[in-house]
Write a protein that binds this ligand. Structure first.
Ligand code: 5RP
Length: 266
C-alpha cells in the first residue's frame, strides 16, 4: 500500500488500538435538517475532542467546521436523492476527487445499494471512485445502504453487500450490526465499521450495539443519531470511546455515560 493511503487510513483507524470512533453527521445530504442536526455546528463542535474522524458533506464541512481543527475528515461524495423521493438508491457521485483533495480529507465515502433499482449505477460509481482515488492515495469507504428497507439488515444481505464493496476495492466498509455479524466480518477482507441506525430507546442499547459490534470483529463505529440525538451526546460519545478504544464492558461504559450525565446536571 502506498504511503499516502496508509497514512490517511492510520489517521482514521488509530494504530494504537486498531480501532476507530467516527462521528457520522452526513445525514442532511438526503434527510435535510435531521432532528438534533438542524444546526450542524452546534451538534458537532462539542463532540470533536472525543472522535477520531468526522463523516460529513462538503457543505457542512465548509460552513460548520472550522478549518483550524486537526480532525480527520471522511467526505461523503455520493447523493442526488431525498427522503421524499420514491427511490433512494438513485445516487451518483456528487463531489470530485480534486475537491476532496482541496478539502484535505482523509477518505471519501459513497453509498452502494445492493439489490435496489439503481444497484448497478451505485456499484459502478464505487468502482470509478476507487479507480480515481487510488491515483491519489485516497481511501474509499463504502456504505452498504438499505434505503427505507431497514429489515434488510441481516447477515445474508450485509455479507453480500460488504463483500461486493471489498471486491470492488474499497479500503473500509460501513455496514450495520446484525445477528451472526462475525460472518459478515469474516467474509469481508477489509475493515468494517458499523452505523448505529435510527435512535434506540435507551442509551444502554446503543452501547450494547457498539460492544457487540467491536467484540464480533468491527474495527469501530461510524455512528450518528444514537450519539447526537441523545440528550447527553458528549457522555454518549465518551462511553462509546471507552468501549471502542479501552475495551470497556457494557457496564463500565454505561458508568462512564451515567457519571458524565450526572455531572452535567449539577
Ligand atoms: C447515511 C449514512 C449515515 O452516516 C449512517 O447511517 C450513520 O449514521 P447513524 O448512526 O445515524 O445510522 O451513511 O447513509
Amino acid at each position: 500500500m502506498d504511503w499516502g493511503m496508509k497514512n490517511r487510513i492510520s489517521r482514521i483507524i488509530k494504530p494504537e488500538t486498531g480501532r476507530t470512533v467516527m462521528l457520522a453527521v452526513d445525514h442532511g445530504y438526503f434527510l435535510g435538517p435531521t432532528s438534533s442536526l438542524e444546526e450542524p455546528r452546534k451538534t458537532i463542535e462539542p463532540l470533536i475532542p472525543y472522535v477520531d474522524s468526522l463523516m460529513l458533506t462538503r457543505g457542512v464541512l465548509r460552513n460548520c467546521v472550522e478549518a483550524k481543527y486537526n480532525i480527520p475528515i471522511v467526505l461523503r461524495v455520493s447523493g442526488g436523492n431525498s427522503i421524499i423521493s420514491e427511490e433512494l438508491s438513485n445516487e451518483e457521485i456528487t463531489v470530485s476527487l480534486k475537491e476532496a483533495l482541496r478539502l484535505n480529507v482523509c477518505a471519501v465515502a459513497l453509498s452502494i445499494y445492493v439489490g435496489a433499482k439503481y444497484e448497478h449505477q451505485t456499484l459502478i460509481s464505487l468502482a470509478n471512485l476507487i479507480n480515481e482515488a487510488q491515483d491519489f492515495g485516497m481511501p474509499v469507504l463504502a456504505v452498504t445502504a438499505v434505503g427505507k428497507e431497514l429489515e434488510k439488515r441481516d447477515a445474508r444481505f450485509l455479507s453480500l453487500s460488504c463483500r461486493i464493496a471489498a471486491e470492488l476495492g474499497c479500503q473500509i466498509v460501513k455496514t450495520y450490526y446484525c445477528e451472526d455479524f462475525e460472518k459478515v466480518v469474516k467474509s469481508c477482507p477489509v475493515p468494517v465499521v458499523i452505523a448505529g441506525g435510527p435512535k434506540l430507546d435507551k442509551e444502554i442499547d446503543a452501547l450494547k450495539l457498539c460492544f457487540d459490534a467491536v467484540n464480533h470483529g468491527a474495527v469501530g463505529v461510524d455512528m450518528g443519531r444514537n450519539i447526537w440525538q441523545s440528550d447527553w451526546p458528549v457522555a454518549m460519545i465518551r462511553a462509546v470511546g471507552a468501549i471502542v478504544h479501552e475495551k470497556a464492558t457494557i457496564k463500565q461504559a454505561f458508568d462512564v455515560f451515567h457519571n458524565l450525565k450526572t455531572k452535567k446536571k449539577k
